[in-house]
Design a protein. Structure first.
Length: 121
């Protein structure tokens, strides 16, 4: 059975003046397309912030600050930091995460059965 002949089209340059990259989408290279994509959408609700809204009208930076300020405290005794995941602050969550990886000789917790992840938390 013969292989089909694939014809490659000539790559077009990015439509932004002075850019030597090739077109990715909408006549823009990957870099300029992603920059244009980020500009779309409403601005952040915080006064003076020009970033695009991510969730609940806030940009990523302000949303994370708001979420972490209103969250529950870390469940480790003596730690007053706000919880990040599994009712642990960022520091204690990362310690737990790396301990689990080491104990189970794996590179990802996605490879572990759910019962092992729940037991250790």
């Amino acid at each position: 059975m013969a292989r089909p002949i694939i014809k490659f089209t000539r790559k077009e340059p990015c439509s932004v003046k002075g850019c030597a990259n090739f077109v990715w989408a909408r006549k823009l290279c990957s870099r300029h397309y992603q920059a244009e994509y980020r500009k779309r959408g409403p601005p952040c609700l915080r006064r003076g912030c020009e970033n695009t809204a991510f969730a609940r009208g806030l940009c990523v930076k302000h949303y994370q600050r708001e979420y972490r300020q209103t969250g529950e405290p870390c469940r480790k005794r003596g730690c007053g930091n706000p919880s990040f995941s599994r009712q642990l602050c960022v520091k204690h969550y990362h310690r737990w995460y790396h301990k689990m990886l080491k104990e189970n000789h794996t590179k990802s917790l996605k490879l572990l059965p759910r019962r092992l992840k729940m037991k250790a938390a």
